[in-house]
Write a protein that binds this ligand. Structure first.
Ligand SMILES: Cc1cc2nc3c(=O)[nH]c(=O)nc-3n(C[C@H](O)[C@H](O)[C@H](O)COP(=O)(O)OP(=O)(O)OC[C@H]3O[C@@H](n4cnc5c(N)ncnc54)[C@H](O)[C@@H]3O)c2cc1C
Length: 499
């Protein structure tokens, strides 16, 4: 089949009856539900976009000759990464980065996994069957243009017990049995973003399984499963989608991609869709090296798009109210700093991309690691800057209904105009967009997403530190080596080298 249109994608969703709960009800057709309808159609636009921007978004499947999305490309050169960059940028533009889990996120992930088959096969090819299943799955994924959601983190029960499950724990997803053709799973995982809009769910390792491996095998799992598999239950958070006229809430009315807690109530997964079944060593090693620099090309392009949008919006706001103050100029400069630092890190990561093994190229992790830690703070700070610039104007913005009322329209055009004769409707449109971006319920969820979706800032900063010190690898990184040499030179000035 190859790349799907938006219409084909929506037909696929309609044909799938998942057990998805939202508010107090089990949702029937996700494409028709009032709180999900608009986001389903926004996701459909992602599929249509690949045909509208075919030069950037589509490539030819090397085996079938069909057009497929470029996010399925297994990169084998720097040029491949530049090519993928353009396609990812076109997709991010649709929601200005507000939909974090458009299908390209997992497409990039699985292209990376399939390119690293040897890593999934493990020492001595002991997980060869799982690795072959994964490569076959990636082919099915790209040929059928499937939309995935994923859950890689165990639910929090008692933080004192640490991140990893202990033998016998009932809550984290685990295997409880098997038949000749399938494995049977029970437990829960967080947090399937885009669960209403996905065709299949994938599970792969998040945090490593620590401690003695004995008894942890049931938790070492990776697989794919259709969303309508019996026993699979999705509990959505409250909806932040707002109906009515899109003028009033242009983002909330279109881009609430949802997040769901996932429960496995004795779910059967066919063995052909299982990539890891009990191999703790493989589970703990596959994500260590290449997963995150690969997927961060997608996530950083999306984050950059969001920051560029934030800058454009802030600039519009200043012009709408003639804000030329020093304080605002300072904050605009700060915002621009985040844009340009993010852009520089992204470009540098591709410029310094390398073969990570088996001829598969991923971006250099060095410029991406600090971005992984700091974008968690820069994007919430960008929201804060918009709030500081916008002040009361963010909420003193007449609605579509007010503007359409003859009497009120006359009054707001007299009293709610902007600088340089900006009419009230244009001014309101800018500030309504801004509030929806930085202050609405959807915005609150976005700040949460940016803070945590790739792990918290604190965790990522600690990994940076451990990498520099060589805590896990045993080899100090280049920053420490250089820093040490510089310190040594200064110490020798004081004569410490002589003693
Ligand atoms: C909106 C949203 C969407 C998400 N979507 C998905 C998805 O689609 N798929 C998926 O698999 N997951 C998803 N997640 C889950 C995400 O992967 C986790 O939130 C993330 O891994 C962080 O884990 P945590 O929430 O348990 O927070 P923690 O890592 O526990 O961090 C919370 C706080 O605890 C403290 N803390 C705890 N432990 C440490 C530590 N070791 N070092 C430093 N600080 C620590 C820090 O103060 C930190 O800020 C989503 C999360 C959110 C918020």
């Amino acid at each position: 089949m190859g790349a799907r249109t938006g219409e084909q994608y929506l037909e696929g969703l309609k044909a799938t009856s998942r057990e998805l709960w939202l508010g107090s009800e089990r949702v029937g057709d996700v494409t028709e539900h009032p709180a999900l309808h608009a986001a389903a159609h926004s996701m459909a636009r992602v599929f249509d976009r690949q045909f509208e921007c075919a030069d950037d978004c589509l490539m030819v499947d090397p085996e079938t000759g069909e057009p497929i999305n470029v996010s399925h490309l297994i990169p084998r050169s720097r040029d491949d990464l530049w090519r993928r960059h353009r396609g990812l940028e076109r997709i991010a533009e649709i929601s200005v980065g507000l939909m974090g889990r458009t299908p390209d996120y997992k497409n990039v992930t699985f292209a990376g996994f399939a390119g690293r088959r040897r890593e999934w096969a493990g020492p001595g090819e002991r997980n060869a069957r799982g690795a072959d299943n994964l490569v076959a799955f990636q082919k099915r994924l790209r040929r059928n243009d499937i939309a995935l959601t994923h859950t890689i983190v165990h639910p929090t029960v008692d933080k004192r017990k640490g991140d990893a499950p202990r033998p016998g724990d009932e809550v984290p997803l685990h295997k409880v049995g098997e038949t000749a053709d399938s494995i049977i799973l029970r437990g829960a995982r967080i947090l399937a973003t885009s669960a209403p809009f996905a065709d299949e769910l994938v599970v792969y390792p998040g945090f490593p399984l620590t401690g003695r491996p004995d008894g942890l095998e049931p938790y070492a799992l990776s697989f794919a499963v259709p969303m309508d598999t019996p026993g699979l239950v999705f509990l959505c958070r409250d909806s932040y989608a707002v109906g009515g006229d899109a003028f009033d809430h242009p983002l909330s009315s279109n881009f609430d991609e949802q997040d769901a807690f996932v429960m496995f109530d004795d779910v059967e997964v066919p063995k052909e869709n299982v990539f890891i079944d009990g191999d703790v060593g493989v589970y703990n090693s596959v994500m260590r090296l290449a997963w995150w620099p690969n997927v961060m090309q997608q996530t950083t392009i999306r984050a950059l798009t969001k920051l560029e949008f934030a800058y454009g919006l802030a600039s519009r706001m200043t012009r709408a109210i003639g804000d030329t103050s020093d304080l605002t100029a300072d904050m605009m400069g700060e915002l621009l700093t985040y844009v340009e630092m993010t852009r520089s890190g992204l470009l540098l990561s591709v410029e310094h991309a390398r073969d990570y093994g088996d001829g598969v190229w991923f971006p250099d992790e060095r410029p991406l690691a600090p971005l992984r830690a700091t974008l968690t703070q820069w994007i919430p700070r960008a929201f804060e800057i918009l709030i500081l610039i916008g002040s009361h104007n963010l909420i003193a913005a007449p609605s579509r209904g007010m503007l359409d009322d003859e009497r009120i329209h006359g009054l707001v055009e007299r009293y709610m105009r902007g600088a340089d004769d900006l009419d009230a409707e244009s001014r309101s449109a800018v500030f309504r967009l801004a509030w929806d971006f930085c202050g609405s319920a959807l915005a609150g969820r976005h700040a949460l997403y940016e803070r945590f979706y790739l792990g918290s800032a604190a965790r990522n900063r600690k990994v940076l530190y451990w990498t520099a010190e060589g805590t896990m690898s045993g080899t100090p990184g280049p920053v420490l080596a250089r820093g040490d040499a510089l310190v040594e030179a200064m110490l020798s000035l004081g004569g410490s080298g002589r003693r």
